[in-house]
Design a binder for this molecule. Structure first.
Ligand code: 6GU
Length: 240
């Protein structure tokens, strides 16, 4: 039995991570299924002003996060887990686009370190240094094609998608298989979820499709598959 997955989050806004103590992720921590620790990057600042950023070499707008506070923070959390592989996740809009299959893969990692950059990002030598450090695997990830002020919200989204895949976290594990983004289509894309209905059978003049009331499970399955595929088509056409 491997150790429980551990997440060390490094940010200049530790308070941003408060939602991790709520709901399923809060319960997962209480049940001892995952361990989460949040660290303040500023504690590793190297100058009297406790600054962690500076102007970019070569000029340009904005500020860049200096490498040394990151190096000290990352080394410290790595030293707490000798002998394990450290997966260093660097959040950046320039990273690989996160998706369900990456979540699946990450749900088997033992020690993840999330580096939440702010401003114009982290000095790239942090990435390069840990790519060349034994025991580390570095992943630069983005959550989509839009710009956030920092990696904190991306970290929350990615962690939620990983932690719900960890055995024991969800009440009904079957729901993972059926839901959106879990079913891969022939062309390597993802099949979106079919639409759902519950009581009442008619709401504001809108009836539940007859087939769902029929009790005919083969027909229901066929209808749902058609709906899922139509939805997927529609979203894909919209993206073109
Ligand atoms: Cl990971 N960071 C920032 N700052 N913006 C993003 C992002 C990450 N993913 C999408 N936009």
């Amino acid at each position: 039995m491997s150790n429980k997955p551990t997440f060390d989050l490094i940010t200049i806004f530790p308070e941003y991570m408060a939602p991790l103590n709520l709901s399923l992720i809060g319960k997962a921590q209480e049940k001892g299924l995952v361990e989460i620790a949040v660290h303040d990057l500023r504690q590793h600042a190297t100058n009297v002003h406790h600054s962690v950023d500076d102007t970019p070499y070569g000029g340009g707008a904005g500020m860049v996060m200096m490498p040394e506070p990151w190096g000290k923070a990352i080394d410290q959390v790595a030293a707490q887990r000798p002998g394990t592989i450290h997966d260093l996740i660097i959040l950046t809009p320039a990273g690989r686009r996160f998706n369900q299959s990456i979540a699946q893969e990450m749900s088997s990692y033992e020690h993840m370190i999330f580096a939440c950059g702010r401003y114009e990002g982290i000095d790239i030598r942090v990435t390069e240094h840990y790519q060349n450090t034994p025991g580390f695997r570095v992943h630069e990830l983005s959550i989509g094609d839009y710009v956030l002020n920092g990696g904190e919200v991306a970290t929350l989204a990615i962690m939620e998608s990983i932690i719900r895949l960890i055995p024991g976290v969800l009440g009904n594990p079957e729901s993972i298989v059926e839901e959106s983004h879990s079913i891969t289509t022939a062309d390597g894309g993802v099949l979106l979820e079919y639409p759902s209905y519950t009581k009442p059978a008619e709401w504001r003049g809108l009836p539940v499709p007859e087939v769902l009331l029929s009790g005919n499970h083969a027909l229901i399955e066929k209808w749902r598959a058609e709906q899922a595929s139509a939805r997927t088509q529609k979203v894909q056409n919209h993206l073109k």
